[in-house]
Ligand binder design. Structure first.
Ligand code: URP
Ligand code: ZN
Ligand code: ZN
Length: 456
């Protein structure tokens, strides 16, 4: 006996129809109108949508970073995801420079075993040495990790230079794997940081000024050029600005296989957040930073046109007290990142679908289906088809909410969307057929999530 979700409006990236969904043994086993209960537990979805569970392909749970560790671990972070309708994540294994990639992978598996929802990994290639190509081969052919992350920023830490990036792209191409990139001109950022600090400019606002949009535009164009020359597909993470979006649009217009992701914070916030008094701007310190007004509409347009395909969160929370305040006198020491996994769907539904910027199908595509396709998880994830994993969200379009750190499930003392009103929320969230969230009750189970091996 399983669960029968009855009378909902089933929405996929392609269509929308009234019907019932039967879940059993962790899978979707039947779809159709007027299915019989046959002893199943019934969930009445009348007046509600049924979406594929959200897939967030860009998160950092318990990431050691900038002298601290991101505040959500795999259990609390995936639980927060379940509360908001995200049922799978792809986290990044990030080895230190000179660290053995396979040892870092083993450490990530240890940390992630407590995940409450399913999870996969990208491998960050943070340095090039004699063994790197062989480690990349093992990732793709043995470990189910066919996507690699590269950082053009964070020089002197996890960032790579152009020769290293070229090695990585060439090797990824030979392996049939996908290169993803954090695109900022790392050396120029360091120079601007040093100059600002020398002038005594040490605040969260100065963090943003040290990483202006042209540096992201240039690095995005450079990564695109390197990908073009190495004949490697490219996925640009957290696109924040008009210049980077334009570079991706131009590449795609030439037929180059370049894809891009943005995040709710870059669509919905502008750089006035850095003017908040009492060091509150630190909550918004992330890289790339929140951009000045004027960059948000081009990102929405790129999403609507398909030039950007995915909305992820870059979930990487740090507490204001005890973590962000490490950089009280030096913005370079403020740990970069913020929480976001719980409210991605509600924000995209409210400010995307209800604001007329995205159709319901586009909403499902950018929050779930497209990432599943790009990263080799489709149709197991991101679809409502017989045989797919029973990861489903019953979405109540009439629900209203107001985001606050006082009520969120993130293990973090700030929420960068504090006070944002939302319309629409999950009434039920199923992960592998198990009800994990219902009527405000979170029933996340430590360790219930499974590791997802991927192939492209
Ligand atoms: O500020 C950010 N984005 N922190 C997480 C690491 C990264 O660059 O994605
Ligand atoms: Zn990044
Ligand atoms: Zn990130």
């Amino acid at each position: 006996m399983g669960t029968l979700i009855k009378n909902g409006t089933i929405v996929t990236a392609l269509d929308e129809y009234r019907g019932d969904v039967r879940l059993a043994g962790g899978k979707i086993v039947e779809l159709g109108p007027m299915l019989e209960a046959n002893g199943d537990t019934i969930v009445d979805a009348s007046g509600q949508y049924v979406f594929p569970g959200g897939l967030d392909p860009h998160v950092h749970m318990e990431l050691p970073f900038m002298g601290t560790v991101s505040a959500d671990d795999f259990e609390t972070g995936t639980a927060a995801g379940l509360a908001g309708g995200t049922t799978s994540i792809i986290d990044f294994v990030i080895p230190a420079r000179n660290e053995d990639l396979m040892e870092a992978l083993a450490a990530w598996h240890d940390k992630a075993a407590k995940s409450a929802s399913d999870y996969a990994f990208h491998m960050a290639v943070t340095w090039w040495g004699d063994q790197t190509a062989e480690w990349m081969r093992r990732c793709v052919q043995e470990e189910g990790i066919p996507s690699f992350k590269t950082f053009m920023a964070y020089r002197g830490a996890i960032g790579v230079d152009d020769p290293e990036l070229i090695h990585i792209m060439n090797t990824a191409r030979e392996l049939g794997a996908l290169t993803t990139v954090h695109a900022e001109h790392g050396d120029m950022v360091v120079d601007l940081q040093d100059r600002l600090m020398a002038e005594g400019r040490n605040t969260p606002k100065d963090h943003a000024l040290s990483r202006p949009a042209p540096l992201e535009g240039e690095a995005t164009s450079r990564a695109i050029m390197l990908a073009r020359m190495t004949k490697e597909p490219l996925y640009v993470v957290h696109v924040t600005c008009q210049q980077a979006a334009a570079a991706i649009i131009e590449a795609r217009s030439r037929g180059q296989n370049v894809m891009g992701e943005t995040c709710p914070q870059y669509l919905l916030l502008d750089d006035s957040v850095y003017d908040k008094p009492n060091f509150e701007g630190a909550a918004y310190v992330m890289s790339p930073p929140i951009r000045p007004r004027g960059h948000q509409e081009p990102l929405w347009a790129a999403l609507a046109s398909g030039a950007l395909q995915v909305v992820a969160t870059d979930h990487c929370p740090f507490n204001q007290v005890g973590q962000k305040d490490m950089g009280k006198d030096d913005f370079r020491k403020i740990p970069n990142g913020a929480a976001g996994i719980e409210h991605r769907l509600a924000l995209m539904y409210t400010y995307g679908v209800l604001a007329g910027r995205l159709s319901l199908q586009q909403f499902v595509d950018v929050t779930s289906t497209r990432a599943a396709k790009i990263f080799g998880l489709y149709p197991q994830k991101g679809s409502i088809t017989v045989g797919a994993d029973a990861d489903l969200v019953v979405w109540d379009p009439a629900a209203t909410g107001k985001i606050s750190a006082s009520t969120h499930h993130h293990k973090c003392d700030r929420n960068i969307f504090e006070g944002f009103e939302t319309k629409g929320a999950p009434s039920h969230v199923f992960s592998n057929g198990m009800l994990r969230y219902s009527g405000g009750n979170l029933m996340a189970e430590r360790g219930a999530g499974r590791y997802l091996k991927r192939s492209l």
